[in-house]
Ligand binder design. Structure first.
Ligand code: MN
Length: 301
């Protein structure tokens, strides 16, 4: 298909800081693109080498209405949550936390030693019928892998070419990691009912003839049947997609909801120690919610 078929946009990720000073690239939400299917957030961290105790340190914080989806490429991060789960995630593994009506968690690099971190964290908006469900957490140590045309395709979410990710999601979505070690050329069939976006994590692969550097998100509107991937060196690309999300959502701080009033209640519940439980053993201090005023002013318009 040519670039003229459907929408085709190059969007730039912006730099953001998480935890106590860890810099990442935020590709979604983007000023020009709020969601890709139900995927409503995409942070790319690293690859970066850090000194002892200078890695990730995100203290306890709450979530509602979404799933956090962590894909580890290099390094290790320890997850702790208010359900009592404590899980070290290693390269090639996924952590999936379903916030539902409310959960809190912390994420931190192992302490006392230098390390390297390369990971992606995505959020998936829960549809209205599922967003008040009980929270849960799952660790997936093994994901299906498909080899095609010199490319290693890891099925992170949804299904691809008959391989199903074990990750439990609630809307039709797909998440793939496309990794090459050298020369590769292949055509990836796409679900034409999905919109998609590709983000390079390493290297400079060609996607539909566009050279995509880390930090640039290539958005592909619905109606596309395929995506051509070409590389002459090592590269790593995240491809996400899904049926366009039909519900209007509000994303504010760590919450996905539908109304400013819900945000206000969730924020009060966090400040006053209700609903989100306790995270035990976290290194970082609990995060302080930002001021709600901006959001409430928006909602009042
Ligand atoms: Mn979080």
């Amino acid at each position: 298909m040519s670039n003229l078929d459907g929408q085709y946009e190059r969007l730039e990720a912006r730099r953001a800081v998480i935890g106590d000073g860890f810099e990442i690239r935020r590709a979604v939400p983007n000023r020009h693109r709020r969601m890709v299917g139900a995927w409503c957030f995409l942070d790319h961290a690293g690859p970066v080498d850090y000194e002892p105790d200078r890695g990730l340190n995100i203290g306890p914080h709450p979530h509602i209405g979404l799933q956090t989806f962590t894909w580890m490429i290099e390094g290790e991060v320890l997850h702790r949550d208010s359900l009592g789960c404590e899980q070290l995630i290693r390269p090639g593994q996924v952590n999936l936390m379903t916030a539902g009506k409310g959960i809190s968690h912390s994420e931190e690099s192992p302490t006392g030693r230098a390390g390297r971190l390369h990971s992606a964290q995505l959020w998936i908006a829960l549809p209205d019928a599922e967003r008040h469900r009980e929270p849960d957490f799952h660790h997936y140590p093994i994901l299906p892998i498909i080899d095609r045309g010199g490319c290693r395709i890891t099925v992170l979410a949804g299904a691809y070419e008959g391989e199903h990710s074990p990750a439990k999601v609630y809307t039709p979505i797909v998440g793939l990691e496309l990794s090459t070690r050298g020369r590769a050329q292949l055509t990836l069939p796409l679900d034409a009912g999905f919109e998609h976006a590709a983000l390079t994590l390493e290297g400079t692969p060609g996607l539909n003839g566009e050279i995509l550097e880390p930090g640039t998100l290539l958005y592909l509107g619905p109606g596309r049947m395929s995506l051509a991937l070409e590389s002459s060196a090592a590269s790593r690309t995240l491809l996400i997609g899904g049926a366009p999300f039909s519900e209007e959502i509000l994303l504010w701080w760590n919450f996905v909801a539908r109304t400013p009033a819900e945000m206000e209640t969730a924020t009060r519940d966090w400040i006053e120690g209700r609903r989100f439980g306790k995270v035990h053993g976290a290194r970082g201090k609990p995060l302080i919610a930002p001021d709600l005023k901006g959001l409430l002013a928006k909602g009042a318009r």
